[in-house]
Design a protein around this ligand. Structure first.
Ligand SMILES: Nc1ncnc2c1ncn2[C@@H]1O[C@H](COP(=O)(O)OP(=O)(O)OP(=O)(O)O)[C@@H](O)[C@H]1O
Ligand SMILES: [Mg+2]
Length: 225
């Protein structure tokens, strides 16, 4: 077994990196994949999220390696043989070496982006980092994931701007702004563990799309929504 590695990154703060990481990891875990999340953000959001689980353990392993800084990659070597998928939750920092180290070992970079202009302006820096990393890691794929999407002309217009200027593809699945996401933090779970809901459905669609990009064997969820 050699794990596929996903980097969730964007230097822009608060664009849903940790939420995307945790939901993706847990939803893949519910499908039967062995998933390990490396929390590289000193705020420990992902690690604390999993620790909030009470009755049912979180469906993926999540640990903070943030104190190791860019040297966390040494730890990854020991994990790739034990897991199907590793997901790295990156810190929101332009001056950190961690996203760079993370992109160099990844198969897929997911860049969460809210359809508002400040996120779209910042996307240039994320694209530059991907472009440089792809020179050293040519197998790295990268894609935007629209997050906290709301209905309305403002958001539609911003999405159109990104579609026109983006050098990277945008995932077909879009994640809406929903109370279910902060609610799932309270219970230390993913939205799919609440039963069937629009949030659960969009996460299942996201998992299908990610599995397609990684080119790994599709596992369907056993206990249906
Ligand atoms: N789809 C969503 N619907 C509603 N709230 C959301 C959604 N996604 C994220 N949030 C909320 O937005 C806030 C920021 O999300 P999150 O912590 O995932 O961002 P981040 O990019 O990891 O932040 P940081 O840059 O600080 O690491 C959190 O309070 C989270 O609960
Ligand atoms: Mg975060």
């Amino acid at each position: 077994m050699t794990a596929k590695i996903i980097s969730v990154f964007n230097q822009k703060g608060g664009c849903a990196k940790s939420t995307s990481t945790v939901q993706l990891a847990g939803t893949l875990g519910l499908r039967g994949y062995k998933v390990f999340v490396i929390d590289m953000d000193p705020q420990n959001t992902s690690a604390l999220w999993a620790l909030a689980a009470t009755d049912t353990p979180f469906p993926a392993e999540i640990l903070s390696f943030a104190p190791l800084g860019e040297h966390f990659v040494e730890k990854v070597k020991t994990l790739v043989e034990r897991f199907d998928i590793l997901i790295i939750d990156n810190p929101p920092a332009l001056d950190s070496r961690v996203p760079w180290a993370s992109l160099l070992i990844s198969d897929l970079a997911i860049i969460p982006c809210i359809p508002v202009m400040d996120n779209i302006w910042a996307s240039r820096q994320a694209e530059d980092l991907v472009e440089r990393a792809q020179k050293e890691n040519p197998s790295l794929q990268a894609t935007y994931l629209m997050s906290m999407v709301r209905r309305g002309n403002v958001f539609d217009q911003c999405l159109t701007v990104l579609e026109q200027k983006a050098k990277l593809p945008i995932m077909k699945t879009k994640i809406a702004m929903r109370n279910a996401y902060p609610e799932s933090q309270i219970f230390g779970c993913v939205v799919g563990q609440f039963g069937n809901s629009p949030a659960a459905k969009e996460q299942e669609a996201l998992v299908d799309e990610v599995i397609g990009l990684l080119g790994i064997k599709l596992k369907k969820r056993v206990n249906k929504l």
